[in-house]
Design a protein around this ligand. Structure first.
Ligand code: KG4
Ligand code: ZN
Length: 332
């Protein structure tokens, strides 16, 4: 079955055609990133208007690149939440109209589930249960996944999401938006031990995270100083080391305490090289198979929505219909 996946939860307009949940025939991603830069973060109104302008082209491009016609599509899958309400509504409304007009089922997909299931693409050997780690701009969560659509939240951030902390720290040290890739790049020239930042202490046996203290520590460290390139690189490297360290520690703890030896990582921050190498090394030490999505699937995209939609549809077949609504506050 060919599934058309549509993603519009934040600033990326994603459209993709995926065959049987695993073979990605195309994945088009258009981004309004450039228009948000001058504001230092995503402006919901701008993101929404951009989706309206490009969604039609993104879908056409996904179909053309896959070499298929609309009539070949067997189902439409769309992100129903969580995300920015206006942005989600564009994708959901478009998907409803399109699926109705071609008479195929429509399925609404939880964006966080899709981030985790993207680790399953190309890894048919992975069995349930697994521990899922979502690290994105809006979420930092550890979950236990025992089957398709079966998630139990183990812990999450008590304040800022890790991606949000990367973005805010980057802003403070003048690296611009989006902060994650900018911090990673600057950190390559920095000394990770230059600035003493205390790791968040949540040593109560919980699976929770906290990143706002780290961000505040950077704010205090920089107060009243002019930050040159070397100082920014040192702060970036020091912050990245501590933030990544805390994620690695809690993730390994979750796997060990639940006696589960598969960890699937998803969300924008899973593109981070240090997180990838530190988690993989910790996994090798502890007998945990650490699975990252392909790099192009780490950031928001339509392929992960099509793929997750297909998995959900196989378990509980979707029907044609117009009942779907955007759910901006949807939880895992
Ligand atoms: O999953 P995503 O594309 O959108 C949300 O669902 O939030 O994640 C975006 C987040 C942003 O905070 C961005 O700064 C962060 O992922 N990010 C990174 C990297 N690439 C993106 N953080 C650290 N290192 C990266 N290389
Ligand atoms: Zn995301």
């Amino acid at each position: 079955m060919l599934v058309l996946g549509i993603e519009t939860s934040c600033d990326e307009t994603g459209a993709s055609v995926v065959e049987d949940g695993t073979r990605i025939l195309s994945s088009t991603v258009a981004s309004s990133l450039e228009f948000h830069k001058r504001y230092g973060g995503v402006v919901p109104e701008i993101a929404t208007r951009y989706h309206v302008e490009v969604i039609d082209y993104a879908v056409r491009d996904a179909l053309d690149s896959a070499g298929v016609r609309l009539a070949d599509i067997g189902m439409v899958a769309v992100t129903k939440g969580p995300g920015l309400v206006g942005a989600l509504l564009v994708g959901v409304s478009f998907a409803k109209a399109l699926s109705y007009s071609i008479g195929v089922p429509l399925i609404g997909v939880n964006h966080l589930w899709a981030h985790l299931y993207s680790g399953l693409i190309g890894r048919p050997d992975i069995k349930f249960p697994f521990i899922g780690l979502v690290v994105s701009g809006g979420h930092t969560s550890l979950v236990l996944c025992s089957g398709i659509g079966k998630f139990k939240l183990l812990g999450q951030t008590r304040d800022d999401a890790v991606g949000e902390a990367f973005d805010k720290v980057a802003k403070v040290i003048g690296l611009g938006y989006p902060g994650g890739p900018a911090i990673e790049k600057a950190a390559q020239n920095g000394d990770p031990d230059a600035v003493r930042l205390k790791p968040p202490f949540l040593g109560d046996g919980s699976y929770d995270f906290s990143f706002s203290g780290l961000k505040t520590a950077v704010l205090y460290h920089t107060k009243g100083k002019s930050i040159g390139a070397k100082a920014a690189a040192d702060i970036a490297a020091s912050f990245q080391k501590v933030a990544v360290g805390s994620i690695v520690e809690k993730s390994v703890y979750a796997c060990r305490s639940k006696c589960i030896n598969t960890l699937i990582v998803g969300g924008g921050v899973s593109a981070n090289g240090l997180l990838r190498s530190r988690l993989s090394a910790a996994g090798a030490e502890n007998g945990i198979d650490v699975v990252f999505p392909e790099m192009r699937l780490s950031l928001d995209n339509g392929a992960m929505i099509a793929s997750a939609g297909y998995l959900l549809h196989k378990k509980c077949p979707a029907k044609p219909g117009l009942g779907l609504t955007a759910e901006p506050g949807l939880e895992i």
